[in-house]
Design a protein around this ligand. Structure first.
Ligand code: TXE
Length: 476
């Protein structure tokens, strides 16, 4: 069941995927109590990559008990000791980042250029960053002796499997909590690889437990009476369900849910730079990003110029084999997600928006969706309101800064926004009025472990990242 972590000779493939993997409970890989397994596919070829144990309620109980048993000693360790483990994990991630990047690309479908240059460096950076906090919690502004909450039940999605794991596990461990984490059913492999890294780092048994499985395992984790904190990233519907279910219990929760980010381009913005930002905003990770800039708000006077430049740029994007380092657009993560994107794009057309698709050939197997723009979109259109979570941009226009702000804020969500302008004073004035957890200026989808991330409104609550991310795992 375990990964072989002997360094791979250069001649060998960088990652060997075994035919089957177990759950990681109390420091060991083990079968599910009822012996159930499920398959994980490569979204770019639909080939089966591996079979993975499918956790049920009994496994959740085993894992939570292991985490509880480990909590006493782990939380009592001096921060300097916990830091050593986190630094060690961060360094092993760096050393094995090539294997991890390939594995993530195979299981998720995203381009290797992104896993190699964005996901993996950020994953290591999160562990380094929170390792640095482990012995400084008394100086974080929460009093001299903030306490860990206990066992954290963490449920993550498939769009950034390893990065979401890092966002959840690094601060939890730094603050002295122990963890039971459930990766998404379509992307279980990098979390299991991470379990192996925990073993390699000598992390005490039970501090991190990984349960691969479906929503029912996540649901059992939320319901488990010995879980003190739930950290969830995923759909708004499941997030709301979790909030309802833990209401009236003593569990704490952070919820990071959907988004419909506005990317606002003013008429004084350098067009080429803005176009790059629009592309990064919505086509990075095939648009499967909660903070994607999925609504382009462009000032009316430059609409045609920006759209012409954008279309020209989109014709240069290369869609195809995610393992090819020249690929810009990889596969959609699952058949189900592709169906969701397809249905919403069809709704866009049916409601009268004008559809434009970048000319590209889609591979014959796997899950693919070509970069798509909708112009003539009004605020009443479904594609201006609902999260599509795919490579689909809805273009709206505005005349004045106030109108831009009003349109940007006209959303049930409030996760991200972007502003493109040469005027610094305008950046500050507009950013202050936007109801979004993160506002980027003249850039988009830029992440840093030192800054807090999280939503307003139905995008959820709580912050991950930065000093604020510690608070989610501490009694202060
Ligand atoms: O999400 P789910 P799905 C949005 C995006 C996407 C839509 C659906 O719009 O199209 O959600 O995606 C686990 N109790 N986002 O269906 O179901 C599940 O096993 C506890 C935005 O993949 O929410 C997985 O591990 N857990 C988002 C995780 O929740 C449950 C990222 C997310 O799956 C559960 C992903 C339950 N009842 C999707 N049911 C973001 N904010 O970045 C499922 N899960």
């Amino acid at each position: 069941f375990a990964f072989d972590y002997a360094p791979a000779p250069e001649s060998r493939s960088v990652v060997d995927i075994a035919p089957s993997y177990g759950l990681f409970i109390d420091g060991e890989f083990t079968e599910a109590a009822d012996g159930k397994v499920f398959k994980t596919l490569s979204p770019s070829t639909e080939e089966v990559l591996s079979e993975v144990a499918q956790a049920g309620a009994e496994d959740v109980d085993r894992a939570v008990r292991a985490a509880r048993k480990a909590f006493g000693k782990w939380s009592a360790l001096p921060g300097t000791e916990r830091a050593k483990y986190l630094f060690r994990i961060a360094r092993i991630i760096q050393e094995r980042s090539r294997e991890l990047a390939v594995l993530e690309t195979l299981d998720n479908g995203k381009p290797i250029r992104e896993t190699r240059d964005a996901d993996l460096p950020l994953v290591a950076a999160h562990f380094f960053y929170y390792a640095g906090w482990a012995d400084k919690l008394g100086h974080a502004g929460y009093g001299p002796d903030p306490r860990p909450l206990g066992v954290a039940g963490q449920i993550i999605p498939w769009n950034f499997p390893l990065l979401m794991l890092a966002w959840k596990i690094a601060p939890a461990l730094a603050t002295g909590n122990t963890v039971v984490l459930k990766p998404a059913e379509t992307t279980p492999l990098s979390a299991l690889f991470f379990a192996d890294i925990c073993r390699q780092a000598g992390l005490p048994k039970g501090v991190v437990n990984i349960l691969t499985g479906y929503g029912d395992a996540g649901s059992a984790l939320v319901a488990h009476p010995d879980v003190n904190k739930v950290a969830f990233t995923g759909s708004t519907a499941v997030g709301k369900d979790i909030a309802r279910r833990i209401a009236g219990t003593d569990k704490r929760a952070t919820l990071e849910l959907g988004g419909k980010g506005a990317n606002i381009v003013f008429d004084d913005a350098p067009v080429d730079q803005a176009v790059e930002g629009i592309v990064t905003g919505i086509f990075f990770n095939q648009g499967q990003v909660c903070c994607a800039g999925s609504r382009l708000l462009v000032q009316e006077s430059v609409h045609d110029e920006v759209l012409d430049a954008l279309k020209r740029r989109l014709t240069t994007l290369r869609l195809g084999d995610p393992l090819d380092k020249n690929t810009d657009i990889g596969a959609i993560n699952s058949a189900q997600q592709l169906a969701r994107i397809t249905a919403l794009a069809e709704t866009g057309e049916a409601e009268g928006a004008e559809r434009w698709t970048a000319p590209c050939e889609l591979p014959s197997s796997g899950y693919w969706f070509a970069p798509t723009l909708f112009t003539g979109v009004s605020q009443a259109h479904t594609i201006a309101r609902d999260e599509i979570f795919g490579p689909v941009l809805s273009v709206l226009t505005f005349r004045t800064p106030d109108e831009a702000v009003a349109k940007a804020n006209n959303s049930q969500y409030g996760l991200s926004a972007g502003i493109w302008t040469e005027k610094g004073s305008r950046i500050l004035a507009v950013a202050g009025k936007l109801r979004a957890g993160v506002v980027w200026a003249n850039t988009f989808n830029k992440f840093d472990p030192t800054s807090p991330f999280g939503g307003y409104k139905e995008s959820g609550h709580g912050r991950e990242g930065g000093r604020h991310g510690l608070e989610a795992y501490l009694d202060v």
